[in-house]
Design a protein around this ligand. Structure first.
Ligand code: 5RP
Length: 219
């Protein structure tokens, strides 16, 4: 079974968590499968809040109503992918560069359902380079501070986020204290968001595997 087929399995399983109302929708190839599935049941929901221009475009192509978060109130469910998850469902996200809006929509949702293929489950976060969204003028300063924290930041050149900012991908971190590091990096001047989702982890992780979709719930 291919990685993409495993992503699709996880996306299909996430439909079981829909409660009607307004759904928060993340970004990425796994979420694209979810959006395609959501199209078939769009009459069961009021609409969706999107975490990126890319997901907005895909949903609108399917005729799914997309609302501004400011008009939606608290969301019952947020469905998004991840680059890594540990067993506490603390995540690294932002491989697609949508981490800031993803973190906002996750924060505004009662339940965060994370969908991924089985390769994303790890013992310790950090093998995947940690994305950090920065205000453009702060890029070099933040990179020096991230180096002091033991990382090796690499500017994702040519990429601009939906918010007009830049991404540093930090290699070489072994993230044994995800909550602490999330706070430390978020407190650097010029950082918009770090791609650690530990202060607000996922509630449910659905992993697509060759043996079917496997669900892990936060302890
Ligand atoms: C985008 C993300 C994605 O959820 C993450 O990169 C996983 O992507 P994919 O589903 O394509 O593996 O955080 O900013």
């Amino acid at each position: 079974m291919t990685q993409d087929e495993m992503k699709r399995l996880a996306a299909i399983a996430a439909l079981d968590y829909l409660e009607g109302g307004i759904v928060g929708v993340g970004t990425g190839s796994t979420v694209n499968h979810f959006i395609d599935q959501l199209a078939a049941v769009k009459d069961r929901i009021e609409g969706a809040v999107s975490s990126s221009e890319a997901s907005t475009a895909r949903m609108q192509q399917h005729g799914i109503r997309v609302l501004d978060l400011n008009d939606a109130g608290e969301l019952s469910i947020y469905v998004d992918g991840a680059d890594e998850s540990n067993h506490r469902l603390e995540l690294i996200k932002g491989g697609g560069g949508a981490l800031t809006r993803e973190k906002i929509v996750a924060a505004a949702s009662r339940k965060f359902v994370c969908i991924a293929d089985g390769s994303k489950l790890v013992e310790v976060l950090g093998k995947f380079p940690l994305p950090v969204e920065v205000i453009p003028m702060a890029r070099s300063y933040v990179a020096r501070e991230l180096t002091k924290l033991g990382g090796d930041p690499v500017w994702r050149e040519g990429f601009v986020t939906d918010n007009g900012n830049l991404i540093l991908d930090v290699q070489g971190l072994e993230i044994t204290d995800p909550r602490g590091l999330e706070q430390t990096i978020n407190n650097l001047a010029g950082v918009v968001t770090v791609g650690i989702f530990a202060l607000r982890p996922a509630d449910v992780l659905i992993l697509g595997t060759p043996g079917g979709a496997k669900t892990i719930t936060a302890a």
